[in-house]
Design a protein around this ligand. Structure first.
Ligand SMILES: [Zn+2]
Length: 253
């Protein structure tokens, strides 16, 4: 038997039960499991962890825990001087303009919103867990999900557990977590299928829309993949108000 004490820092506490936040957590385990296994058994997927210090020394996920160890677990190594990031399972961070996402089947509204902000977002409402994990790995996409088990898979190297179950709050969370504000490119991507939108000739667009829209609108965009037409009508205005309310930094630059 091995007795351990864990201290989870910063936003990792959001993943713990309310009564266990911001305080030491004692744990007794059999044998000598890896620190990754013990952290994940406490409900924290490895993708949320950026640095681990055991008995005062920076360690990796494969570190075998020892009796009496005190383990500090951090969500972001850069926030504390002298911390070393975990290396295994952990690719270098990407700047926000290079981030691409894959979302699980329960996050359809969030997927549409991220596309609206211009981010390459793979989403299907019937994708199986294996397919999501494989796609995240193969295309270096960041997996967003409310399924902790999915984020504990070793193949998933970039991911985030979405805390809220409300789409507007989810969008706010993801924008803050990944610093997406300056990288937003509003209305650049099809909300239905994720393809980048293209300009379409006014004459061609006008033959396909209701007469009032043809009279009032002078700019149209077109999705080359699913052929959806977009223009700045009432839906566009509603979406813009949503962005201004939830992600003001996306329209500030
Ligand atoms: Zn499309």
């Amino acid at each position: 038997m091995v007795a351990l004490t864990f201290h989870f820092h910063g936003r990792l506490n959001e993943l713990l039960p309310a009564g266990a936040r911001d305080r030491p957590i004692d744990r007794v385990v059999d044998g000598s499991p890896t620190v990754k296994d013990v952290i994940e058994s406490l409900g924290i997927p490895h993708v949320e962890v950026d640095a681990i210090v055991a008995a005062g020394v920076s360690v990796d996920f494969e570190h075998r825990v020892c009796d009496g160890e005190s383990v500090e677990v951090y969500p972001d190594a850069s926030e504390v001087a002298g911390l070393t990031r975990v290396r295994s399972l952990k690719p270098p961070p990407l700047p926000p303009e290079r981030l691409r996402f894959v979302l699980d089947g329960h996050l359809g509204r969030l997927a549409a919103y991220l596309r609206m902000l211009g981010f390459d977002t793979s989403y299907s409402n019937h994708a199986a867990d294996d397919a999501l994990a494989t796609l995240a790995s193969r295309e270096e996409r960041t997996l967003l999900t409310r399924d902790r088990g999915l984020l504990k898979r070793a193949i998933v190297r970039r991911g985030y557990f979405v805390r809220s179950d409300r789409p507007h709050d989810q969008l706010r969370e993801v924008v803050v977590r990944f610093g997406l504000g300056p990288a937003c490119r509003l209305f650049g991507r099809c909300m239905r299928c994720n393809s980048p939108l293209e300009a379409i000739a006014l004459a061609a667009a006008r033959t396909r829309v209701p007469p009032r829209v043809a009279l009032e609108q002078t700019e149209f965009q077109h999705c080359p993949a699913c052929d959806t037409l977009y223009w700045r009508g009432s839906h566009h205005a509603r979406m813009l108000r949503l962005i201004e309310a939830v992600v003001p930094e996306a329209v500030a630059h």
